[in-house]
Write a protein that binds this ligand. Structure first.
Ligand code: SAH
Length: 473
């Protein structure tokens, strides 16, 4: 480590900025956001203030004269950007005067360097590479940005605002630490991170005995997480965070091993879903498991394919958790229809052509018979059928009987977003045959004119074009 990271309070004096051009304006914006008083010597004589208005601009003093002879009394630090020889001379002067100096992109003339910064209010992360590779630092910063909850700064601020009053109630240091750990890891922290600060405040001020709270068993909670259609890269940042935070993951069979791999290494993984031909443990038993896990203080994730609230029985689980008084939250996932639509380029809506979408499920022929097909005859409606493979013939019969054209384009999209994804396209009339051609589920049926915009449809047309032309000749 050549440079020690420290955080500088810029409220205590002025900083000197020497240089010109766009680089200097970027530095100005950064310094303003850190609350600095800035004395700016424009080496190119141009105090260009574009994009720097308001309160921030008021803190910039447009200095004239030679920075090399300027008064350094009360100056906290000196920054040189794009200042050429003046920067080098300024560096020598600063070093002689014992004032910290940074010359941009010039480690040799700098006594401090700028890290890449993640700025979340009270929480600031600085990444440095000793000046050797700003690009590496920036890449690292991007990763950290993605990892940190957006409201982590709020959480720090929240704790800051209660620290004095709580610390006065808990004398012993280790107990204090446990108290804050419980707040951060438990439902109160989760409320702050969810933007529900008022409720968090209520919960915290509602703790009657702070010492007992600190000493009590950890409070568990359940997070319902949508795992998306299969491709692990389609997990949301929030889903990933929940997985990495989990003590135990209750997952459906549909959730791939690649996605389960993203969970915390030592998290327990418990399959609870149905397997083809084998019944699952049942919804009531799943609800019980979730409640038990939370009650024993675990952070449980209920991981479901696609989205938990789209044919995922997430609603029932949430209801059970609510009734049991368990803290829970829901993280949305990309539902199969959207995964397939993106992969096969099926715009589910299209101006003038498809104005609404219906998601329905038809697991068995019996379910399909219960569907009111007459409500689905609008040509400008895209229909997506989940779990519809075995009921394909009934889906066709229902829609045809209701008057939808047998020529309506349909697509059967199997294992969407997975490496072995498959698309079979044709007309409504051909639907059962298309499903026959699918090697393996899961698959959705998409019915509507928009399927004619899809990539496989266009490919098919291109393949058929020579034949058609020949026939025409
Ligand atoms: N909650 C899930 C749906 C669960 S029902 C979601 O939002 O996607 C299970 C059905 O989803 C399957 O029968 C199939 O119709 C569909 N499905 C799930 N993953 C799929 C995938 N990768 N490709 C195509 N269909 C999929």
């Amino acid at each position: 480590m050549r440079f020690l990271p420290i955080f500088l309070d810029l409220h205590e004096g002025a900083v000197l900025l020497v240089g010109g051009g766009e680089l200097v304006r970027a530095k100005l914006r950064l310094l303003i956001s850190a609350g600095a008083q800035i004395r700016w010597f424009a080496t190119d004589g141009n105090h260009d203030m574009r994009g720097l208005d308001g309160a921030g601009a008021a803190r910039i003093e447009l200095a004239v004269g030679d920075p090399l002879t300027a008064d350094l009394g009360g100056v906290i630090a000196i920054f040189c950007a794009n200042a050429g020889d003046v920067g080098v001379a300024m560096s020598a002067r600063a070093k002689a005067a014992g004032v910290p100096v940074n010359v941009m992109d010039d480690v040799d003339h700098s006594t401090f360097i700028f890290p890449a910064i993640v700025d979340r209010g009270d929480v600031v992360v600085a990444v440095g590479t000793g000046g050797s590779s700003p690009v590496v630092a920036r890449r690292l910063r991007e990763r950290i940005e993605a990892m940190l909850p957006a409201r982590i700064g709020d959480l720090a601020g929240f704790i800051g605002s209660f620290r004095k009053s709580i610390n006065s109630r808990i004398a012993a240091m280790p107990l204090r630490r446990r108290f804050w750990e419980r707040v951060i890891d438990g439902p109160i922290g989760a409320l702050v991170l969810a933007g529900r600060g008022a409720e968090a405040e209520q919960a915290l001020t509602g703790i009657a005995d702070a010492c007992a709270y600190a000493d009590g068993a950890a409070e568990g909670r359940v997070t319902l997480v949508g795992a998306g259609p299969g491709d692990p890269d389609l997990l949301t940042v929030k889903a990933l965070r929940a997985l990495q935070d989990a003590d135990v993951v209750f997952h459906d069979e549909l959730v791939s091993p690649e996605i389960l791999d993203r969970a915390r290494r030592d998290a327990q993984r418990i399959p609870v879903g149905r397997r083809i031909g084998k019944p699952g443990i049942g919804q009531a038993a799943i609800n019980r498991l979730l409640i038990e896990a939370a009650k024993s203080g675990q952070r449980a994730v209920r991981l479901k394919g696609g989205d938990a609230f789209v044919f995922g029985r997430g609603g029932e689980e949430v209801e059970a958790l609510r009734q049991a008084g368990i803290a829970y939250s829901v993280v949305p996932g990309i539902t199969a229809a959207l995964g397939a639509a993106a992969q096969f380029e099926v715009p589910l809506t299209f101006r003038h052509e498809a104005l609404r979408i219906t998601f329905l499920t038809a697991h068995k022929a019996k379910d399909a018979e219960k569907v009111d097909w007459s409500a689905l005859t609008d040509e400008k409606m895209t229909i997506v059928v989940y779990m519809g493979m075995t009921a394909a013939a009934s889906v066709r019969a229902g829609l045809l009987a209701a008057g939808r054209s047998p020529q309506t384009p349909v697509g059967v999209f199997a294992r969407a977003t997975l490496p072995d994804a498959q698309a079979e396209i044709g007309t409504l009339n051909e639907l059962p045959a298309l499903v026959e051609r699918v090697d393996r589920g899961p698959a959705i049926l998409v019915i509507g004119d928009v399927v004619a915009h899809s990539a496989p449809w266009r490919r098919n047309l291109n393949l058929m074009l020579p034949e058609l032309l020949e026939a025409a000749e």
